[in-house]
Design a protein around this ligand. Sequence first.
Ligand code: SAH
Length: 250
Amino acid sequence: MANTFERIRFVLVETSHPGNVGSTARAMKTMGFSDLVLVNPRDSDALGHSEAIALASGAADVLAAARIVPTLDEALAGCNFSVALSARPREFSPPLFEPRQMAEHLAADTSLRTALVFGSERYGLSNEQVSKCSALVSVPANPDYSSLNLSQAVQVLAYECRMAALGDIRSDSTIGFRGERASAEQVEGMFTHLEKALVEIDFLDADNPKKLMPRLRRLFARAQLETEEVNILRGIATQLISKRQRIRRD
Ligand code: SAH
């Protein structure tokens, strides 16, 4: 069974400054983490950039092993839990936690393969990117100036995850029945299918969708879906679509 350090990936979305990528690698390695993925960095050679290498210092190996992918979906591949990091609360966000609370959850539940997702220096994460995640974490900083430097936000999370991992002697979260947690790909596939069914039965107006899908994403993020449950929801969607098409034909 993978330990906490192997179960947590750090994802940087559309980072502008290669120096921050290097500092992130250092922040991660000092706390025992090594899985770094960049989504579409502004500098396509961010990992080989001289500032990144200089600021990574003794963590050049983390940079060398890091990957660059074009989309957030690809960065989440292989994970079954994702956490958006944002200084700003959002109206339709998944449930909100503090870093310590989240770190304890990630350390205690050994079935989790987690991506911690950080936004760009200038824009942070978009609402759409946040809504792809299972939870939102905000560092409770000074309300007058709550925006941390990107790599410093990584450091805070990596530290809390390390403390939780070292202090973790509980296995209580695995007591009782628990199915396999749905992967990010399974959950995305389910949403696409469900949306199609809701349009088919005229519950969702494709030209004027309002906030239905973000609300449903929030609801299902709270539920922490298992694979079996995703399959049930897809089964319902399949039936809705086929019954509707039969009614149309008859
Ligand atoms: N100007 C951006 C902030 C970017 S800071 C904005 O207004 O959203 C870069 C990234 O660091 C953020 O996207 C977030 O992932 C992380 N970060 C910065 N401060 C944070 C805080 N207080 N809590 C959680 N994450 C934070």
